[in-house]
Design a protein around this ligand. Structure first.
Ligand code: SF4
Length: 963
């Protein structure tokens, strides 16, 4: 526990909250009994080792009543642990961890062990609500949908479709995420986004621009093959606890060094063989410092680089500047320690590199990711079991929601927004391209990136002429996303005041409803949880898991599919939206949505994962090997668990899925791969294609471009197309069938023939150490906007100001103004933030779970012991955390040496207090979470990654004052 648990004192916010629902405090024994968690679940709370657990007995909660078992997936983090629910009489009476799951192997963390509470939780929104003169008032679904529809259409008529912002969720199933992206397209806007923007958008941009796909290359399980683990900017012991079992096995069985690079001595660092404390915001200097030693000692994999990497010489030139003394001066890492880490990586191969939001949530997030990727390329660690870029995603389905294009910059499956992408999806949706065009304000807007979730409020506060769209945001529809997740909350609240319409669709009211700046024009619609509906979700390793509906939606809640159907019907495009998706009454069939995804998502190989195959994988979980995740027996023998994408071709091809991306040691039909040829075939006279490197069994024993009809013809392989495949290609290509590619050929004939010859449909290229299309083609260090080292800003300034995402991006101007105002002297503490094991995301859902609330009862700020002594602050006392940008938060001090001198840490899951004021009374009656606290983003500041508009939550400045 982070705080020492003491007997409760009367009158704490938690005890007050609980008193309203239960006279007694929830002890652990009560947790077990009332939460319905059996023995395995309890063990999961305190320890991760499966060996410490025993299976629950077969006893039912209600003897004599038929017991039905249903499998679903924990709805919290991206590990994707299986939950087995026992249902009697339509009631979820008991839960167990999924013992057969190859990923979780019978383990849960505290969040997973208490998910049943999400469904039966009394703090949920129970019926539609409307804000009437400042009071939340019950209304019917019919009234709510009718009024919301009328208001949306009024905004559309007056300001255009781009004046509504659609914010979806990483909590959605794939089918829900896909449906909202498609919904926004039919509404006529690209102003549609979700949590990936604020967690791993920079990862997706960074790795996709390096080797092709924006995803974790290996898997949690595969880490058991690693001989060295390096974790930078991640704390899986709290954020992804069940992943730790795989990491700990690598440490114990392989005697793998475990290196944690982080400003804070985290619970993950407590397992480290080497802990490297860095100044926040200096990831690139540290990584370049490691590479300096690697190059200096000739530890790089020269053969791998020559065959599979483009541009490493340019990296050498930049790295040469980062001598050990310069790195130490900038980052604080001693020279000899960095040499030790570099040697550990070089001598213990393969090494895996794991990162999370400590690296990504920065103005240099994309550049950080690129630097990490280049480090792994230099050591030849990509495309090999035990190596990889193991990027731990955040929410349950943030990978899947990203893949489904719930994003301002692309249509599903990363097709982008250019005309060709729209034409592809119009064909999949079976509507004329011209119809889609007619829904938008213009062709230019149809092909322009939208406004990201990090800045919707800037677009609400802007004047019309300040935006690259006709009018500001006037309507906000939020499905499954907290309001306290964005930085600069004081500005966000001002933006809320400007909205004509706010619609929150969620099982909980979320902080959007509680930080009430509004008296009218707001609605809350009760969405059910993912345990009350069917659908697939993608674990961080790209495995797709089908979750079964455990119980019907409770209270008056509805699932995401039905809510979108009702809205589309009111808005007048339901027939087009659901043209090939069966709707039972008002309930769209998720299996049909997945079949449409399978038809269109060629570019990521999302085509082989039919509902039928995914359901079989859940049934036969016990047949999969627990390290390789390959089925060793039974009807799925040879397939990888969850058919990790790419899973090529039609389901009947039985492609097994790809467990390790870019692994040339396997045939493409066994899950093998190469780096993608996404960026052309040549640059400045140098080939971009692989040289002498190819996947096992490839008939082309060298690099090759992505497959198109032109390439097939050149190879003479086009004659192998069937008549039907050729007919479809001709229909798509018209007068120019040569341009039809593997990613737009809906017959999948081009893919079929490429694979038949042992080739990857997407080509075989080198990974790019130099990404010439990014602001920094070679990653360079840039000081944070609010730097604690003003003397370094001259040499390492932030990005130049620019316009993108329809808005000005003013990193340079804000950094300059901060220096001129002498902010580093007035705000002498470096602020950083992170996650806690008990809660997740914005936290309203988990803080409404009484069993989790009991475990972590207050917001806190970690202050170093020396700093606390100097300030005269004692453990448990309140302090003000004051931001240089108009924010302040009253928070309890936790005095600890986990943070270094001059650094403070805040967890980001809290809301419900604002600048010292308790907002409990502002929630709709009965829906206030048990635990409230000041939001960490109440004191975060300006700063955005120029590639993705990621916000900077991990490094800014603040002042600490005694309260
Ligand atoms: Fe597993 Fe993550 Fe759920 Fe914990 S939160 S049980 S690690 S999926």
């Amino acid at each position: 526990m982070l705080t020492k648990r003491r007997p409760k004192t009367p009158g704490t916010p938690l005890s007050d909250a609980l008193r309203s629902v239960d006279a007694g405090g929830p002890g652990r024994r009560a947790f077990l009994k009332a939460a319905g968690v059996t023995a395995g679940g309890l063990a999961g709370l305190g320890a991760l080792g499966g060996g410490m657990m025993r299976k629950a007995g077969a006893d039912s909660m209600m003897p004599g009543v038929e017991r039905v078992l249903r499998k679903n997936v924990c709805t919290h983090c991206s590990v994707g642990c299986t939950v087995v629910a026992e249902v009697q009489n339509g009631v979820w009476v008991q839960q167990e961890p999924g013992w057969d799951s190859p990923i979780s192997q019978g383990t849960h963390c505290a969040k997973g062990a208490s998910v049943r509470e999400l469904v039966k939780g009394e703090r949920r929104v129970k019926y539609p609500l409307k804000l009437v003169d400042g009071e939340w008032t019950r209304v019917s679904w019919e009234q709510a949908i009718d009024e919301i529809g009328a208001r949306l259409l009024a905004i559309r008529d007056t300001y255009g479709p781009d004046s509504v912002f659609w914010l979806g969720s990483a909590k959605f199933s794939n089918e829900g995420a896909y449906l909202l992206r498609k919904f926004a397209a039919f509404w006529g806007t690209n102003n549609v986004d979700h949590q990936a923007r604020i967690c791993h958008s920079t990862t997706v941009a960074g790795v996709a621009n390096t080797w092709g796909y924006g995803a974790m290359t290996n898997s949690y399980n595969d880490i058991q093959h690693s001989r060295c683990l390096v974790i930078i900017g991640g704390n899986p012991a709290e954020a992804h606890p069940v992943a730790m079992q795989h990491m700990l096995r690598a440490k114990e069985r392989n005697r793998a060094p475990w290196i944690v690079i982080d400003p804070r001595f985290t619970r993950t660092a407590a397992h480290a063989t080497e802990y490297v404390r860095i100044r926040p915001g200096t990831d690139i200097p540290v990584v370049w410092g490691l590479l300096w030693h690697i190059f200096q000692n000739g530890w790089e994999d020269k053969d791998y680089i020559a065959r599979r990497v483009y541009g490493m010489d340019a990296i050498r030139a930049e790295v040469a500047k980062w001598t050990p003394d310069v790195v130490e001066q900038v980052s604080g890492v001693p020279a000899e320690q960095l040499l030790r880490v570099a040697r550990a990586m070089a001598e213990n191969k393969p090494a895996t590199l794991i990162w999370c939001m400590g690296a990504t949530q920065k103005t240099v997030g994309t550049a950080n990711v690129r630097a990490f990727s280049i480090l792994q390329l230099a050591l030849g660690n990509i495309g090999v079991p035990g190596g990889g870029a193991n990027i731990y995603r955040g929410h349950t389905n943030v990978q899947g929601a990203t893949d489904m294009g719930l994003d301002v910059s692309t249509l599903p499956s990363y097709y982008g927004l250019a005309e060709g992408a729209w034409r592809h999806w119009a064909r999949v949706w079976d509507v004329p391209y011209e119809y889609m065009l007619s829904r938008f304000g213009s062709k230019e807007l149809m092909e322009a990136k939208g406004i990201p979730t990090t800045r919707w409020f800037d677009a609400a506060l802007a004047e019309a002429g300040e935006l690259d769209q006709p009018n500001p945001i006037r309507g906000l529809v939020v499905m499954g996303h907290g309001g306290n997740t964005v930085t600069r909350m004081p500005d966000m609240l001002k933006g809320m005041e400007k909205l004509d319409l706010l619609v929150v669709v969620d099982p909980h009211p979320t902080s959007f409803a509680a930080v009430r700046q509004r008296r009218d024009g707001s609605y809350i619609l009760p969405a059910c949880t993912q345990f009350e509906t069917d659908g697939s979700r993608v674990a961080s390793n790209r495995s797709v898991q089908w979750g079964q509906r455990v119980v019907d939606p409770i209270f008056e809640s509805k699932d995401d599919y039905e809510i979108m159907y009702l809205l589309a019907r009111r808005l007048g495009f339901a027939d087009e939206l659901f043209k090939h998706i069966k709707v039972n009454g008002t309930n769209p069939v998720p299996e049909d949505i997945l079949r449409e995804i399978n038809r269109g998502c060629l570019s990521t190989g999302y085509t082989g994962q039919s509902p039928e195959r995914l359901k079989l994988h859940m049934i036969y979980q016990h047949t999969f090997d627990r390290i390789t995740m390959q089925a060793t027996e039974g009807p799925l023998k040879g397939e990888y668990y969850g058919l990790p994408w790419p899973c090529w071709g039609h389901p009947e091809w039985r492609h097994p899925g790809s467990p390790v991306l870019y692994d040339t040691s396997k045939h493409v039909m066994e899950g093998g791969g190469t780096f993608r040829a996404r960026f052309g075939i040549e640059r400045e006279g140098e080939t971009l294609l692989a040289e002498g490197s190819f996947s096992k069994g490839s008939e082309i024993e060298d690099g090759y471009p992505e497959f198109t009809m032109a390439v097939l013809r050149k190879l003479g392989w086009d004659a192998e197309l069937t008549a039907e495949e050729r007919r479809v290609i001709e229909l798509i290509g018209g007068d120019n069938i040569d341009d039809v590619s593997w990613a737009t050929d809906l017959s999948m004939g081009i893919i079929r023939i490429a694979i038949k010859h042992g080739c990857l449909p997407y080509g075989n290229a080198k990974a790019r150490a130099v990404a010439w299309n990014l602001p920094d083609p070679v990653p360079v260090h840039r000081e944070p906007i609010y730097s604690a080292r003003p003397g370094l800003v001259g040499d390492f300034p932030s990005y130049d100001d620019r316009r993108d995402f329809r808005l000005p991006l003013l990193n340079h101007a804000v950094q300059k103004a901060a220096l001129e105002a002498d902010v580093p002297s007035k705000f002498p503490f470096i602020y950083t933030s992170g996650r806690l094991v008990e809660y997740e995301g914005g936290g309203e859902e988990t803080r409404s779970n009484r069993w989790l609330a009991e475990l972590q009862q207050s917001m806190f700020v970690e202050i170093n012991t020396g700093d606390a002594e100097r300030l005269g602050v004692r453990e448990g006392e309140y302090v003000w955390v004051v931001s240089p940008e108009d924010g302040r938060a009253k928070i309890k001090a936790l005095v600890t040496d986990r943070v270094g001198p001059g650094v403070v840490f805040l967890p980001f899951h809290f809301s419900g207090f604002w600048q010292g004021e308790d907002l409990r009374g502002q929630y709709p009656p009965g829906t206030d979470p048990f635990v409230l606290g000041e939001p960490a983003n109440g004191v975060t500041t300006y700063g955005y990654d120029p590639v993705t508009c990621m916000q900077e939550t991990k490094v800014t400045l603040c002042r600490i004052e005694k309260a």
